[in-house]
Design a binder for this molecule. Structure first.
Ligand code: IPE
Ligand code: IPE
Ligand code: MG
Length: 257
């Protein structure tokens, strides 16, 4: 039995507050360039936005927040920028994990990790272990993550575990092995920085997610900007393939209960 409802197998219940928000934090480099600063100054400033958005999500009662921090394609960037981002990630883990733990936040890191150095990998394992039983918010950081990598690794693990399944696979079999098998599918996706693309983020899980794009650059995004995104989410009608009348009828039935 799957832990959460799948949007393609049954129409999930529509909740007031989005349970899961997934964000592509884009625009750090442009934010810095506009201020005649090096790109890394934008990444540094972006960390403050992360703190603010985590706090806002806790206050709003969001259960899962997933942040895209480094994609499998970001290794193509200049070596000094990649190395700065890796150091920043390590520093963040070393500095912030105790605060996350105090705030009862569970931290998860999803991604390939094989190109990270031993020190960083050890910090990830320690941080996940320390916060594993926390229950206020699950904060997932996608680092060296790619949606296609995730589907491929899930497929490989699934076939290794159940070689007999090859003839009769279903979605549930694969979902169990995706990197974020502990979370429901995102309700709301936000991308800052003006681009309107998925950039190989959560390809499987975004099947029925509401998409929200804003021109605001990540370092300039804040709690208020998050509330605007959530307001836009409230105005959507999530039909999951059904008609508008069906959705309305169902809502009326629920209200009668
Ligand atoms: C997002 O900001 C951060 C990472 C991808 C690590 P960018 O660095 O992509 O900023 P822009 O898109 O160049 O402005
Ligand atoms: C997506 O941003 C990845 C992260 C925010 C980590 P990019 O800036 O790398 O995306 P593209 O290359 O413009 O699509
Ligand atoms: Mg970018």
């Amino acid at each position: 039995m799957a832990l959460f409802q799948s949007s393609t197998r049954t129409a999930p219940a529509i909740l007031q507050v989005p349970r899961h928000i997934a964000i592509i934090m884009d625009g750090n480099g442009r934010w810095a360039k506009q201020r005649f600063l090096p790109r890394i100054a934008g990444h540094q400033r972006g960390v403050e936005t992360v703190r603010e958005v985590v706090k806002a999500c806790r206050e709003l009662g969001v259960e899962y927040l997933t942040l895209f921090a480094f994609s499998s394609e970001n290794w193509r960037r200049p070596a000094d920028e990649v190395s700065f981002l890796m150091q920043l990630f390590l520093k963040m883990l070393q500095r912030e994990v105790s605060k996350l733990h105090e705030n009862n936040i569970r931290l998860k890191i999803i991604g390939d990790r094989s190109r990270f150095d031993d020190n960083l990998n050890q910090c990830i394992v320690d941080a996940e272990q320390l916060t594993a039983d926390n229950g206020s918010l699950t904060l997932t950081v996608a680092a060296d993550y790619g949606g296609r990598w995730d589907i491929m690794q899930a497929m490989q693990t699934m076939l290794q575990k159940h070689p007999d399944l090859a003839g009769g696979l279903n979605e549930e079999d694969l979902e169990a092995h995706l990197a974020m098998n502990y979370a429901p599918e995102p309700d709301l996706f936000i991308r800052t920085g003006g681009e309107q693309r998925i950039s190989n983020f959560l390809l499987w899980q975004l099947a029925y997610t509401e998409l929200y794009f804003t021109d605001t650059l990540w370092p300039a995004f804040d709690g208020e900007a998050l509330k605007l995104a959530i307001q836009s989410y409230y105005a959507r009608e999530r039909r999951f393939g059904r008609t508008s009348d069906q959705v309305l009828n169902e809502r009326m039935q629920d209200e009668k209960k």
